[in-house]
Design a protein. Sequence first.
Length: 87
Amino acid sequence: MGLLGDILLAPITGPYRGLRGVLEIIHQQASDEMLDERGLQDALIALNERLDVGEISEKDFEAQEAELLEQLKAAREAKEAQGGDEG
């Protein structure tokens, strides 16, 4: 359309472009957080410490540990998949 079309349609397309930009940032941050192996490892350490001091039961520990280990496995698989696409 050109410059005139962009100017005339700005009230309609502007909010859409802004929202799209925000959603892309949120998606990127969520992806980065999901792939954060170090954060998951830290959570496992903290979970072990909670068990050691008696804050949680063995049953709760096992359930939470299984969930964290599954997340860690998924993060590693996702990183491998991304690495495979690049190489």
